[in-house]
Ligand binder design. Structure first.
Ligand code: 5GP
Ligand code: ZN
Length: 117
Protein backbone atom coordinates (compact mmCIF):
# COMPACT_ATOMS: atom_id res chain seq x y z
CA UNK A 1 0.00 0.00 0.00
CA UNK A 2 1.43 3.38 -0.93
CA UNK A 3 1.85 5.81 1.89
CA UNK A 4 2.30 3.05 4.49
CA UNK A 5 5.55 3.08 6.48
CA UNK A 6 5.70 -0.68 7.05
CA UNK A 7 4.82 -1.47 3.41
CA UNK A 8 7.78 0.78 2.48
CA UNK A 9 10.05 -1.15 4.88
CA UNK A 10 8.82 -4.48 3.41
CA UNK A 11 9.52 -3.15 -0.09
CA UNK A 12 13.04 -2.15 1.00
CA UNK A 13 12.40 1.53 0.27
CA UNK A 14 13.05 2.45 3.93
CA UNK A 15 15.90 0.70 5.76
CA UNK A 16 15.28 -1.43 8.84
CA UNK A 17 17.30 -3.73 11.09
CA UNK A 18 15.74 -6.99 9.87
CA UNK A 19 16.00 -10.00 12.20
CA UNK A 20 13.85 -12.54 10.31
CA UNK A 21 11.89 -12.95 7.13
CA UNK A 22 9.34 -15.68 6.42
CA UNK A 23 6.98 -16.40 3.57
CA UNK A 24 4.33 -14.36 5.37
CA UNK A 25 6.05 -11.77 7.54
CA UNK A 26 9.04 -9.54 8.18
CA UNK A 27 10.55 -8.98 11.65
CA UNK A 28 12.70 -5.92 12.35
CA UNK A 29 13.88 -3.97 15.40
CA UNK A 30 11.74 -1.10 16.65
CA UNK A 31 13.37 2.28 16.08
CA UNK A 32 12.43 3.41 19.62
CA UNK A 33 12.87 0.30 21.79
CA UNK A 34 10.83 0.03 25.00
CA UNK A 35 12.75 -3.02 26.25
CA UNK A 36 16.23 -4.52 25.69
CA UNK A 37 14.64 -6.62 22.93
CA UNK A 38 11.90 -4.86 20.95
CA UNK A 39 11.07 -6.33 17.57
CA UNK A 40 8.07 -5.75 15.30
CA UNK A 41 6.60 -8.60 13.26
CA UNK A 42 4.50 -7.43 10.32
CA UNK A 43 2.52 -9.42 7.75
CA UNK A 44 3.81 -8.87 4.20
CA UNK A 45 0.27 -8.22 3.05
CA UNK A 46 -1.15 -4.90 4.19
CA UNK A 47 -4.01 -4.72 6.69
CA UNK A 48 -4.66 -1.79 9.00
CA UNK A 49 -4.83 -3.66 12.28
CA UNK A 50 -5.57 -7.07 13.79
CA UNK A 51 -9.28 -6.31 13.77
CA UNK A 52 -9.14 -6.15 9.97
CA UNK A 53 -6.61 -8.99 9.67
CA UNK A 54 -8.76 -11.32 11.77
CA UNK A 55 -11.18 -11.78 8.85
CA UNK A 56 -8.43 -14.12 7.60
CA UNK A 57 -7.97 -16.69 10.36
CA UNK A 58 -5.06 -18.42 8.66
CA UNK A 59 -3.11 -15.17 8.25
CA UNK A 60 -3.85 -14.24 11.87
CA UNK A 61 -2.60 -17.60 13.11
CA UNK A 62 0.46 -17.37 10.89
CA UNK A 63 1.37 -13.97 12.32
CA UNK A 64 1.15 -15.24 15.90
CA UNK A 65 3.15 -18.36 15.04
CA UNK A 66 5.82 -16.25 13.33
CA UNK A 67 6.01 -13.85 16.29
CA UNK A 68 6.46 -16.70 18.79
CA UNK A 69 9.04 -18.32 16.53
CA UNK A 70 11.04 -15.08 16.21
CA UNK A 71 10.88 -14.62 20.00
CA UNK A 72 12.35 -18.10 20.46
CA UNK A 73 15.08 -17.34 17.90
CA UNK A 74 15.90 -14.20 19.88
CA UNK A 75 16.47 -16.36 22.97
CA UNK A 76 13.33 -15.24 24.78
CA UNK A 77 11.66 -18.63 25.25
CA UNK A 78 10.47 -18.91 28.85
CA UNK A 79 12.58 -21.14 31.08
CA UNK A 80 10.94 -21.64 34.45
CA UNK A 81 10.68 -18.25 36.14
CA UNK A 82 13.28 -16.77 33.84
CA UNK A 83 13.00 -14.85 30.60
CA UNK A 84 9.84 -15.04 28.51
CA UNK A 85 8.39 -12.33 26.32
CA UNK A 86 5.34 -10.15 25.81
CA UNK A 87 3.40 -9.86 22.53
CA UNK A 88 1.43 -6.62 22.07
CA UNK A 89 -0.96 -5.57 19.31
CA UNK A 90 -2.10 -1.98 19.77
CA UNK A 91 -5.35 -1.73 17.84
CA UNK A 92 -6.75 1.71 17.10
CA UNK A 93 -5.39 5.16 17.90
CA UNK A 94 -7.12 5.16 21.29
CA UNK A 95 -5.16 2.03 22.21
CA UNK A 96 -1.85 3.60 21.21
CA UNK A 97 -1.56 2.41 17.61
CA UNK A 98 0.47 4.88 15.56
CA UNK A 99 1.33 2.86 12.43
CA UNK A 100 -1.73 1.48 10.68
CA UNK A 101 -0.20 -1.68 9.25
CA UNK A 102 -0.85 -4.68 11.53
CA UNK A 103 2.17 -5.45 13.67
CA UNK A 104 3.02 -7.52 16.72
CA UNK A 105 5.46 -6.02 19.20
CA UNK A 106 7.82 -8.59 20.75
CA UNK A 107 9.13 -7.20 24.03
CA UNK A 108 11.67 -9.03 26.13
CA UNK A 109 14.88 -8.89 28.10
CA UNK A 110 13.42 -7.28 31.22
CA UNK A 111 10.72 -7.93 33.79
CA UNK A 112 7.21 -6.74 33.00
CA UNK A 113 4.79 -5.74 35.72
CA UNK A 114 1.06 -6.13 35.21
CA UNK A 115 -1.04 -4.11 35.46
CA UNK A 116 1.22 -1.27 34.27
CA UNK A 117 1.71 1.56 36.74
P1 5GP B 1 2.27 1.25 17.46
O1 5GP B 1 2.41 2.52 18.25
O2 5GP B 1 1.53 1.52 16.16
O3 5GP B 1 1.74 0.07 18.19
O4 5GP B 1 3.75 0.82 17.07
C1 5GP B 1 4.47 1.42 16.03
C2 5GP B 1 5.92 1.22 16.34
O5 5GP B 1 6.67 1.51 15.18
C3 5GP B 1 6.46 2.14 17.45
O6 5GP B 1 6.94 1.35 18.54
C4 5GP B 1 7.56 2.93 16.76
O7 5GP B 1 8.69 3.15 17.58
C5 5GP B 1 7.89 2.07 15.55
N1 5GP B 1 8.39 2.82 14.42
C6 5GP B 1 7.90 3.99 13.94
N2 5GP B 1 8.59 4.37 12.84
C7 5GP B 1 9.53 3.41 12.63
C8 5GP B 1 10.55 3.25 11.63
O8 5GP B 1 10.73 4.05 10.71
N3 5GP B 1 11.34 2.14 11.74
C9 5GP B 1 11.17 1.21 12.74
N4 5GP B 1 12.01 0.18 12.75
N5 5GP B 1 10.22 1.35 13.68
C10 5GP B 1 9.40 2.43 13.63
ZN1 ZN C 1 1.18 -1.39 4.92
Amino acid sequence: MSNCLFCSIIAGDIPADVVARTEHSLAFRDIDPQAPVHVLVVPLQHSADVSELSADHEATGQLMADAASVARELGLAPQGDQSGFRLVLNTGAGAGQSVFHTHVHILGGRDFLWPPG
